[in-house]
Design a protein around this ligand. Sequence first.
Ligand code: UDP
Ligand code: MG
Length: 330
Amino acid sequence: MKNLEVIVPCYNEEESIAFFERQMEEIFALLPEYRCSILYVNDGSKDGTYQIIKNSSAKKQYVNYISFARNFGKEAAMFAGLFHSAGDFVVVMDADLQHPPELIPQMLDGIKEGYDCCMARRINRKGENIIRQKLSKTFYRIMNLITSIDLVQGSTDYCLMTRQMVDAVLSLHERERFTKGIFQWVGFQKKYIEYENTERIAGESKWSFRSLFRYAISGITAFSVTPLHLASAIGIVVMLAAFIYALYIFGSALSSNAARTGFASIIIILLFLGGMIIFLLGVIGEYLSKIYIEVKQRPAYIIRDTSLKTTERKKQYEENIDHYSGQGDQ
Ligand code: UDP
Ligand code: MG
């Protein structure tokens, strides 16, 4: 019998977890041929999430949790979940039920067809701000243009992977993780399962425009050095333009005796060049900060508490002590 493990990053999800768990139980009941379990990763929630998942884990053998010492972000939470997972098949999904659990049987069918990974893909963005939709589209376009990976428009972090793919994902050791890109970078055969976006069951999205912008920059700098090449290209273009302009001034100085007063043009050129230099330094700075973060080798997260009894989760799985075993598993 194969193990199916569901990893759920949670940040301030006290209102969603009970609904989530009930829905997952319904799905697990449809999958008697798998030993199913949930691994919550509490990402330093400030509400009652920790107590809720701890209580649930105490009552139900198939529920486990990892709780961080503070908020490290969803990327770190997903990484921790994958790192501590031991399932033959691993699902990563949100706690707010925006990722429909009823896709899991379809995802498992995809695996049976021979795919290594089944990813959920939103075909609309209902309930989302129009500016956010447009910005997201632009982000995907830029990513695909300047990186070697192909992000699929609307793809989410919600996916089911084989153990082989999880191990491949974990073999990338970077601290600042851009999971969507990593899932593409490792390759493997992927099947996309489409679904309609739904609004979250309770609470609110943790993403602000600022954090989304940072996320986009982090994705681009993690998978492409094109901005650095672009910086040199821009430098060459500006130099060429300056040379042509110098020729023009030289030519007109020879052909007329008028005194050349170029105050406005000098200011414009100065501001233009100054702005561009600062911008390009910023681009270099982004990469420098990446190197700085990676060189420090700080852990991606710190665990404060966990229900996992042994770091060798495989043993636990073999002993079959933490799996869903029917509706009345209390
Ligand atoms: N999340 C997390 N850490 C964070 C922010 C979010 O673990 O710092 C979790 C959150 O609890 C949820 C998932 O990541 O399960 C997606 O978050 P959210 O619903 O806020 O994002 P959206 O659906 O708006 O993209
Ligand atoms: Mg959500």
